[in-house]
Write a protein that binds this ligand. Structure first.
Ligand SMILES: C[C@H](O)[C@H](O)[C@@H](O)C(=O)CO
Ligand SMILES: [Mn+2]
Length: 427
């Protein structure tokens, strides 16, 4: 039997099994094909960006590992992304940070403009890829004491306010060019390593700075502002200004998208349990699908319980139209294109598992008070033949089945990434 015949035969048997549970496999696959995950550009170069002094990541972020071949230019990053997209079934978005502009010389963060992102707008436009965006409040001398928008110095605050305003303008231009809203996510590292004397003052300053940035109403079909909280970070172990409560309140009161990063909470706290609560009060959510490990919030997404729970929540709550699914991890200890492929394929696989669940049956059992059957069916679901449906999906979408994609990454590594030096290059 050829590999393709094996995939087809396994899919047929799997479909019968799902059908017996009342699950429409074709409908699930159709829904999956409509979901666009926002793939983060920063996995490709260890969050270095193209400002010219690449490699000096800091101010609340750190990437560990020294795997050779990180992208040093926009063209290299685009080449790596092209390969990554070809390994992932479906049509997905690209999430850019402001430091990834093509600057051709020194341009400070408060001066960036649409022209610096025209290369990205053209490249994604040609490929039908939609863009999302992020202001970059890190790796900059004016962020080196751990404060930006909540800084005690009004001049520094103004600099970062101007950066935020510039980024909104860029995001709106991207949204207009692609006829689809560009989600513009604000994460700021501001916080104290040690116990603050005033937790209140920086929070008041952060709210005022954000209000100044968002003062102009921009069309929501061009750009959506999102705000991202964090419990603690490197150098902000004792206090983060933009805590969950801060941004939950901010998003509700200002009608903003709330970003929940899976690695930004206490290790025993999960964002899967927050989705249905938050969506009662905010219009939309952005998720940063990530994986926290001890102090680090950014390991490559694996097919673990929380990933499955996140996707189940989105599907069970019928939230697909209100949740923007983005990725946020950066690992320099493994091949970076492989990291994208592993993390994004896992996110999609977990979505497929959620779409293949007999949700209505489970919820009816719950309404009937039959919690025994609810648990029994949920457990049976775990060993249903998801892999056979996933393999069929990959094949039908023209991307490698199983671990075949790894061979493509290896070939590219030999031909392209292993030839890159660790130095940055101009461009
Ligand atoms: C680079 C990202 O924007 C950043 O990771 C942010 O989203 C975050 O999660 C910081 O911990
Ligand atoms: Mn994040």
């Amino acid at each position: 039997m050829s590999d393709a015949t094996k995939v087809a035969a396994a899919f047929e048997l799997a479909s019968e099994q799902y059908q017996a549970l009342g699950v429409d496999v074709q409908a699930a696959l159709q829904r999956l094909a409509e979901i666009s995950i926002s793939v983060h550009c920063w996995q490709g170069d260890d969050v270095a960006g193209f400002e010219g002094d690449a490699g000096s990541l800091g101010d609340g972020l750190a990437v560990t590992g020294n795997y050779p071949g990180r992208a040093r230019t926009a063209d290299e990053l685009r080449g790596d992304l092209e390969l990554a997209y070809s390994l992932i079934p479906g049509k997905h978005r690209l999430n850019l940070h402001a430091i990834y502009g093509e600057f051709n010389g020194p341009v400070d963060r408060d001066e960036i403009d649409v022209e610096h992102f025209q290369g990205w707008i053209d490249w994604t436009g040609d490929r039908g890829i939609k863009l999302d965006f992020n202001p970059s409040y890190f790796s900059h001398p004016k962020a080196s004491d751990g404060f930006t928008l909540a800084h005690r110095d009004a001049g520094i605050r103004q600099f970062w306010i101007d950066h935020g305003i510039a980024c909104r303008k860029i995001a709106a231009a991207m949204g207009a060019a692609q006829s689809n809203a560009c989600v513009n996510n604000f994460w700021v590292p501001d916080g104290f390593k040690d116990t603050p004397a005033s937790r209140k003052a920086p929070r008041e300053r952060l709210a005022a700075s954000l209000d100044a940035i968002f003062a102009e109403d921009l069309p929501r079909d061009q750009t959506l502002d999102a705000v991202e909280c964090k419990l603690f970070g490197i150098g902000s172990e004792s206090y983060v200004v933009g805590s969950h409560e801060f941004y939950m309140g901010y998003a509700i009161s200002r009608d903003k998208v709330l970003c929940l990063d899976a690695g930004h909470f206490h290790p025993t706290e999960v964002i899967s349990d927050k989705i249905s609560s938050a969506l009662m009060y905010v219009p939309e959510l952005l998720l940063h699908v990530s994986r926290g490990v001890r102090w680090d919030s950014d390991h490559v997404v694996t097919y673990n319980d929380e990933l499955q729970a996140i996707m189940q929540e989105i599907v069970r709550g019928d939230y697909l139209s209100r949740v923007h699914i983005g990725l946020d991890f950066f690992d320099a200890s493994i091949n970076r294109v492989a990291a994208w492929a592993i993390g994004t394929r896992n996110a999609l696989k977990a979505l497929l598992a959620a779409l293949l669940e007999p949700t209505e049956t489970l919820q009816q059992l719950e309404r009937d008070g039959d919690l025994t059957a609810r648990l029994a069916l949920m457990e049976e679901q775990k060993t249903m033949p998801l892999g056979a449906v996933w393999d069929h999906y990959c094949e039908s979408m023209g991307v490698p089945v199983g671990a075949e994609w790894l061979e493509k990454v290896r070939q590219y590594e030999t031909a392209v990434t292993s030839r890159r030096s660790q130095e940055s290059v101009a461009g």
